[in-house]
Design a protein around this ligand. Structure first.
Ligand code: TNX
Length: 758
């Protein structure tokens, strides 16, 4: 309860509700004016006679108020102080909004414009009850006076939801659409088919859902560890449900773009109709993630199938764009197929890439003949881009730049800025997410128009999209966490010309409250604290703590298991002893809890905090730090991000202790995790040197992986290694994996942590 009161208190002291400077995405022009307008049930909404767009938006205005507990108001063509005005000179989606004590005026030329005027108006309300359809208590909404004139930077502002890897129920899709529209998104890209599931009912091919919508189990944790839950997983949308979603989205000014993947990412369809593959032997819906080599074969049968499917799809989705995927289609199966090879000859194609282009062009002309436009991932550029195609650039902005130079429309969605399945904070502290990091500030920093484009090429950049791939997003709660608040940063990238990150963060604090009212538990990972151990001199180690939000205070405690620990406020680096437990909580000025409580155990030794040189180290692990081996945090068997992962080469690292030391022991810990292809080095050598020139071998021994359990921490210890300054370690990689082991690259990797010299 105390926490709650403090939280509310900070909200009220830090924010003035209803000011234009709280709106996300930031409007083009906005002025706050004195006073405001109190809405009463006696007010009347005035519409221009016969304007169905105004009427549609006014109806939503009334519904939202009614749902939140406010009574009903009248609509009239003659009088009223809530006025809808048409101004045909305004571009699509642009609007003006004026609030003053005498009334409210919403001006636009389009449905989108009126709709967005209304969304800004909601954000101007002084009362969060507007978002509340639960309490339904009578209240009187108040809107602060202002004048706004606004329009979007881009016409396409999208979110993609991958409903194939995990299925999202219709209620969740609708909720997402509602929240998207509140932040002025206007495209919903629905990824409906993939290797792991076919999720749209197709009447002509019932096996697509009878077979293709179910996989027999799902990978637990990262699929590279090859561990499964043993539970069948299914789900699909009926055509009825799809119509319902499309109609619902339309009221929110959102166009729904379906994606039917081809020729890759199609194993669920192939499992249902094996004749679609170049290899017609029976197969199953995929249970791991990643890129599948069994792809659609460009036969007459396949094209007929796809045209039939797309015909049903087009009947359900009135969108201009139809997304056909096109990404990650390995050409191996086509290389091996006699049919494909003779097709390549017959059509005079150069290679399998031109065959992919032939495939996409075939589908493009089919879609174009039906008045639609093809959109695909940037791989559709390979082997020649189809005439009318729009490119969705995901592998960085390169594909987008290339397409824009060829005068093709482009939607920017590079994984470097727009992949909302990536972790948003230090992976050691985050829930399961894709094994890469994309923090909020990186998303916000994205400018969809590459500076390298000439002015006349820039107009081909039609917009921006955030992608929520769902391998590691198991359902609605996880989806909310991954989407928010990063989707708000992206909304601003799509809408606003003027951006400022500090100002966005200030507004975001208000919107956390708005999101919570809508039942969304957004991530606050950007508050989280980074721990860093620095060495001042031999034996003296200091821990510094830092949050990316510099307005926060950090409190910490070294008490383990205390019910209410004694907190101290962090001011300067904390001296560490040989074994230190510390828990850390970011808080606001007034002591309100902000973000996660995290903790660490530090074990210092003579090399703690010293940099080391090693090759082929994965920066994703151990907080991405260069001190992973010496950061004082021991690798833990249940947290893979506490380890330092070396690639598939031999291990080789060296550390300079900066002075002569005579330790009692050198200790190095290695991880074996057989199912992930993480194996102990087959031979290990440890050398030391006083001058960095001549080395003494203090340890040299082979290691037999088969002697140890499948998941195991192996510790190498060397007692009394003598006096030295430099330490060098070599580990021989197991190398190519045989059938007892598994991982994607088929080569083992070495993981270790931590190096202790005591
Ligand atoms: C690549 S983006 C993919 C997806 C994965 C995603 C994971 C794209 C066109 N293909 O199949 O889900 O990475 O981030």
């Amino acid at each position: 309860m105390r926490v709650l009161i403090i939280t509310l208190a900070t909200l009220f002291t830090n924010f003035v509700y209803g000011q234009t400077n709280n709106i996300i995405p930031k409007p083009a022009f906005a002025d706050d004016l004195p006073g405001g307008f109190t809405l009463r049930e006696s007010e009347v909404i005035r519409l221009e006679p016969g304007d169905s767009l105004q009427r549609a938006v006014a109806t939503q205005f009334l519904h939202r108020l009614a749902a939140s507990g406010f009574g009903s108001m009248r609509v009239s063509n003659q009088n009223g102080r809530i006025i809808f005005t048409k101004d045909s000179s305004l571009p699509p989606e642009a609007y003006r909004l004026r609030v003053d004590p005498s009334g409210i005026e919403l001006t636009a030329s389009s449905f989108g414009g009126y709709f967005y005027a209304l969304q800004s108006l909601w954000q101007l309300s002084s009362d969060l009850r507007l978002y509340d359809s639960v309490s339904r208590k009578k209240y009187t909404p108040f809107f602060k006076s202002c004048s706004i004139s606004d329009q979007p930077r881009f016409g396409y502002r999208g979110i993609m939801l991958d409903a194939a890897r995990h299925f999202f129920p219709v209620w969740y899709v609708k909720k997402l659409l509602r929240v998207m529209s509140f932040y002025k998104y206007n495209r919903f890209h629905w990824h409906l088919t993939d290797d792991q599931g076919w999720r749209i009912e197709i009447k002509k091919y019932p096996l697509l859902t009878a077979v293709g919508a179910t996989r027999k189990e799902t990978a637990k944790g990262y699929y590279s560890f090859h561990e499964f839950d043993g539970q069948p997983y299914s789900g699909y949308y009926t055509q009825e449900q799809i119509r319902e979603v499309v109609a619902y989205a339309k009221q929110l000014n959102i166009e729904v773009i379906p994606e039917i993947e081809m020729p890759g990412h199609s194993l669920a369809a192939i499992a249902a109709y094996p004749a679609l593959s170049c290899d017609p032997s029976p197969t199953e819906v995929k249970t791991t993630w990643g890129v599948e080599t069994n792809i659609l074969c460009p036969t007459k049968y396949t094209f007929r199938f796809l045209e039939d499917v797309l015909t049903e799809v087009m009947a359900l989705f009135p969108s201009r764009y139809i997304h056909v995927g096109g990404d990650e289609a390995p050409k191996l199966a086509w290389q091996k197929s006699a049919f494909c090879q003779s097709l390549i000859k017959e059509k005079g194609l150069k290679d399998e890439h031109e065959l992919q282009s032939y495939f996409i062009k075939h589908i493009d002309s089919f879609l174009t003949s039906k008045g639609r436009r093809l959109i695909g991932w940037d791989e559709i550029l390979e082997g020649g881009l189809s005439a009318g195609a729009t490119v969705m650039s995901w592998r960085g902005t390169k594909g987008g730049i290339e397409a824009a130079k060829m005068k093709h429309d482009v939607i920017m969605s590079p994984y470097t800025y727009c992949y909302l399945d990536y972790a948003q904070g230090y992976m050691m502290d985050e829930p399961l997410s894709y094994r890469d990091m994309l923090p909020l500030d990186s998303v916000y920093a994205f400018d969809p128009v590459p500076a390298t484009l000439a002015p006349d090429e820039r107009r081909f950049i039609k917009g921006v999209q955030g992608n929520l791939w769902s391998e590691y997003v198991s359902g609605p709660t996880a989806a909310d966490y991954q989407l928010f608040p990063r989707a708000l940063a992206l909304a601003e990238n799509g809408w606003s010309e003027q951006k400022s990150y500090p100002d966005f963060l200030r507004r975001l604090k208000y919107h956390f409250g708005v999101l919570a009212k809508q039942g969304i538990k957004a991530s606050t990972a950007y508050y989280d604290v980074q721990y860093e151990v620095k060495r001042r001199s031999m034996g003296k180690y200091f821990l510094s703590l830092k949050s990316k939000d510099s307005s926060l205070l950090i409190r910490y405690s070294d008490q383990v298991n205390a019910k209410s620990p004694q907190w101290q406020y962090y001011k300067s680096p904390i001296a560490l002893s040989e074994n230190s437990f510390i828990q850390v909580q970011p808080v606001s000025n007034s002591g309100a809890i902000m973000g996660k409580l995290t903790s660490r155990v530090f074990e210092t030794s003579l090399l703690t905090g010293l940099p080391y040189q090693a090759e082929d180290v994965s920066k994703r692990y151990n907080g991405g730090s260069d001190y992973g081996l010496t950061n004082g945090i021991r690798g833990q068997i249940d947290n893979e991000f506490t380890w330092v992962a070396i690639g598939t080469d031999n291990l080789q690292f060296s550390i300079d202790a900066r002075e002569q030391i005579s330790p009692e022991q050198i200790q190095i810990n290695f991880l074996k995790w057989q199912s992930g292809g993480i194996l102990l080095p087959t031979q290990l050598k440890i050398e030391v040197s006083a001058d960095g020139k001549t080395y003494r071998t203090v340890y040299l021994a082979p290691l037999e992986n088969r002697l140890y359990p499948a998941k195991y921490i192996y510790t190498v210890s060397v007692d009394n290694p003598g006096t030295f300054r430099y330490l060098k370690v070599f580990g021989k990689n197991y190398g190519k994996l045989d059938t007892n082991y598994y991982n994607q690259s088929n080569r083992s990797s070495i993981w270790l942590d931590e190096v202790f010299v005591k």
